[in-house]
Design a protein around this ligand. Structure first.
Ligand code: KG4
Length: 337
């Protein structure tokens, strides 16, 4: 009988301290998330040094709670999978150092996880049947890219933002029009009361790249020039404009690759308008997957899922693994023996 593989995932790349226990890469036994959003809200955005300090204060208790909720002991863990990039270096180092200490003390393998792979893997938790290949529209606070997921650890980036990440555009727009932090959920909520009546110019490329900074600036200028403008309509028009760009590029990627399965990933894939727009392309013969809302934003269950697939592909890291704030999505291929 195949042995079950228990992975402990750790996420501390930004403002969530999270530890999860996942069985065989898909079954979540626990996923404890300690969010620092209320602390950073006071400053209108994430303060890196404060994030690191809070991770240090929380990591041990969060890990112990994850173990307890999963009904296991530390000794039952087979793989330790921390995020090692991209993200805030001081924040990443906290989760990574904790993982190294655990790996050394328990004598269990350490498998460093790329945070972006974690976002993609959130889909494997939500959908038991989902397997590569598929096209992934990755939309987070620091990243926007279209990825051809060829296998669990094999990726080809087909297009990316040339300026702001989409989450950054949501957050900065929300801040300037007075909605506060974090902007994405605030725009999502207010847009539900609005109509997309305001015309916002788009930047189009012939390839699969994106640009969001012009749209952000256009919305901010509209607000500054006309402070009486209906904010709900502005938010809905902003969402409609960015969504049209996302959908256009995903349809182009489907045509280019012939891959008709699409998955969304990253914090912005929690957005109601974007989720609905992608479901609406299914009649074109495209199957669309999107993680449960709570798995879209940062959490350790998705990191454990990605860690499991890297472990199965043979990836192992040493205790000198460093935090890499600018880590890019790269493939891991097992070397031929
Ligand atoms: O993936 P994530 O949790 O962190 C990164 O890895 O970057 O993404 C955070 C981003 C933030 O910009 C946040 O405003 C955005 O996701 N976000 C949303 C929604 N929920 C979170 N954006 C639009 N609509 C939402 N409902």
């Amino acid at each position: 009988m195949k042995k079950n593989i228990i992975t402990l995932g750790i996420e501390s790349s930004c403002d969530e301290t999270s530890v999860a226990i996942v069985k065989n890469g898909r079954e979540v036994l626990s996923n404890v998330i300690n969010t620092q959003i209320p602390i950073h809200t006071l400053y209108g955005g994430v303060v890196p040094e404060i994030a690191s300090r809070n991770h240090i204060e929380n990591i041990t208790a969060v890990a112990e709670e994850a173990i307890k909720k999963a009904g296991i002991k530390f000794e039952d863990i087979d793989v330790i999978a921390p995020t090692y990039g991209p993200g805030l270096v001081g924040a990443l180092l906290v989760g990574l150092s904790y993982a190294k200490a655990l790996s050394f003390a328990l004598d269990k393998p350490l498998v460093g996880v790329n945070h972006l792979e974690g976002h993609i893997a959130a889909n494997y938790i939500t959908y038991e049947e989902l397997k590569p290949p598929f096209i992934c529209m990755m939309m987070s606070g620091g990243n926007t890219q279209i990825v051809h997921v060829k296998d669990y650890t094999e990726f080809e980036v087909l297009g990316r933002t040339v300026d702001d990440a989409i989450g950054e555009a949501f957050d900065k727009t929300a801040r300037v029009i007075g909605l506060g932090y974090p902007g994405g959920p605030k725009i999502d909520e207010l847009a539900q009361e609005g109509e997309p009546t305001i015309d916002i110019p788009k930047t189009h490329f012939d390839n699969l790249d994106f640009s969001f900074s012009g749209i952000k600036t256009a919305v901010i200028n509209l607000h500054h020039k006309n402070p009486q403008i209906n904010k709900a309509d502005l938010c809905k028009s902003f969402e409609k404009t960015v969504t049209e760009i996302l959908v256009d590029n995903v349809l182009k990627a489907v045509e280019q690759t012939g891959v008709t399965t699409v998955a969304l990933a990253g914090g912005v894939s929690a957005n109601s308008y974007i989720r609905k727009a992608f479901l609406d392309i299914q009649p074109k013969g495209i199957r669309v997957y999107m993680p449960d809302r709570k798995l879209c934003t940062d959490n350790a269950a998705m990191i454990a899922a990605a860690g499991y697939y890297n472990y199965m592909a043979g990836k192992r890291d040493e205790l000198d693994l460093n935090a890499l704030p600018d880590l890019k999505l790269t493939s891991f291929k097992k070397e031929e023996e």
